[in-house]
Design a protein around this ligand. Sequence first.
Ligand code: CP
Length: 310
Amino acid sequence: MNKHLLGLEETSEEEIRQILATAFSFKEVLSRPIPKVPTLRGKTIVNLFFEPSTRTRISFELAEKRLSADTITFSSSGSSVSKGETLRDTARNIEAMKIDMVVLRHNSAGAAHFLARCVDSIIINAGDGQHEHPTQALLDMMTLQERAGDLRGLKVAIIGDILHSRVARSNIHGLKKLGARVAICGPKTLIPREAEQWDIPVFHRLDDAIQWADVLNILRIQLERQKTALFPSLREYASQFGVTRQRLLRAKKDVIIMHPGPINRGIELENDLADSEFSIILDQVTNGVAVRMAVLYLKSGGRLEAEQRS
Ligand code: CP
């Protein structure tokens, strides 16, 4: 097992399966009247968030509390980063206060790898720029296993802004390792050049992707990361690539809809569909806590056996 969790590209199939199996047993812990175990008592975890987050930050904080760790969350706004302090200095100063683990969200691709070289603490990547968001992909895979069982042969179409999406990259690496079939779909301007190396189907017509897939994982249009206009207007994007009930008439009858959030309702996904019988979006959020507990536990040296946690 790697010391850090920096991305799923460098995580083995065996480790992914171990994290998911551990997450399922932590899900049982979370259903107890007192959903808390003493597993990480005495460990100190710092959540370093240099970018906004709702789901990832809160679920890491909850996971840490459910494991009885001591935990601090740092937001770059209001910190000495605004006075020019670097990521390296920020992390090394926090580490000097004797911590065990850092959960890092940063707007630069490669920030988690960089930090792993600067400090001794265990680094968990909570999303680095356009690079990877490994715990999001792990919770997506857990939620799919819950719904569909074995992922081997399952057809997952990732739709939308692939270019800017760390969620897409982590899902592609993780799902392929578990034997799922993955495709991407979006306008040519939102498909990165590196897609050729992924060796997966690329659809430029949404209807083709919908007909092919068992699962639609729909991504947010990330306007904040676009330096130039990559499509004429949001209205035009929605008309070509927005997933609607009308378009689902071509889908398999039990098609599954996923979205990592936050959703631009009415743009990439029709408002009502996000809350429909097809959607497992809130199940993804629920499973985020168990997956993050599993990652924190295993990276702290825990083993899969349940008796280690009770
Ligand atoms: N899916 C996800 O990373 O959401 P947040 O940005 O709210 O953490």
